[in-house]
Design a protein around this ligand. Structure first.
Ligand SMILES: CCCCCCCCCCCCC/C=C/[C@@H](O)[C@H](COP(=O)(O)O)NC(=O)CCCCCCCCCCCCCCC
Length: 215
């Protein structure tokens, strides 16, 4: 195990979402947003190969955003706000049908944004769960109330089946590498408001520009 892997804990991953929020104007900073997602993917990979179909999709979306950030227009992708302004002004977003700009930053972030809602619901359920709670049930409920609404039947079916492979609640808390169950509950209580804030600001930004249904 490398030093980086040894240090890996969900606390650090979630702290990226706190670092995302620029103090002065509440812009959501892209680099931290991406690094939060990379950490989540690493966490998911540690749960087993069964989730590789999920992590592959998340990784490809992260890579799309990293490529924008490294491109000659990289500065325009400094925050979600600057990305939306830039892509809309330059007509780089397919608004009704995927065509020339099928992988715009706006539509790619929208997919991750919807997944962030799942994460928010799932972690809140875990935080308030009891010893007898089943992670597969918590995950299914969170999924049905968020991402499932955007996924076709075949993906919903595959996702539901994979949820049965989730480790039990105790194991889950251990994998987070945060400490005792009480420590995890405290950490989630402190960290989740930042995730919610990032979610809410993004939701408002997308709603304001009519971008919530991008194909
Ligand atoms: C912890 C277990 C992980 C459960 C994951 C729950 C989410 C299930 C999502 C199933 C997605 C299936 C893959 C395909 C998705 C795409 O079709 C679909 C649409 O994209 P397209 O318009 O480009 O086609 N993509 C998406 O909706 C984006 C999905 C991104 C999912 C990222 C999920 C990351 C989960 C991170 C888990 C971290 C757990 C931490 C908990 C302590």
């Amino acid at each position: 195990m490398t030093a980086v892997e040894e240090k890996f804990s969900l606390t650090e991953v979630l702290s990226s979402f706190k670092a995302c929020l620029e103090k002065e104007n509440q812009d959501v900073l892209m680099d931290y947003y991406i690094s939060g997602w990379k950490g989540l993917v690493r966490f998911m990979n540690s749960l087993g190969a069964i989730f590789s179909f999920v992590s592959k999709d998340a990784v490809s979306k992260i890579q799309i955003m990293e490529a924008f950030r490294k491109s000659s227009s990289g500065d325009q992708y400094r925050s979600l706000q600057s990305m939306v302004a830039y892509e809309l002004k330059a007509k780089l977003v397919d608004l009704n049908k995927r065509a020339e700009h099928s992988n715009s930053g706006c539509r790619t972030i929208l997919r991750l944004h919807r997944a962030l809602r799942w994460l928010q619901l799932f972690l809140e359920k875990l935080r308030t769960s009891t010893e007898n709670s089943k992670t597969s049930v918590l995950c299914t409920e969170a999924y049905n109330d968020s991402l499932a609404n955007y996924h076709p039947w075949i993906i919903r079916k595959t996702a539901m089946v994979s949820f049965y492979a989730l480790p039990a609640r105790n194991t889950f808390f251990e994998v987070m590498n945060v400490g005792s169950i009480e420590d995890v509950v405290t950490m989630l209580g402190e960290a989740m408001p930042y995730v919610s804030q990032v979610y809410d600001i993004t939701q408002q930004l997308y709603a304001q520009h009519n971008l919530l249904d991008l194909p």
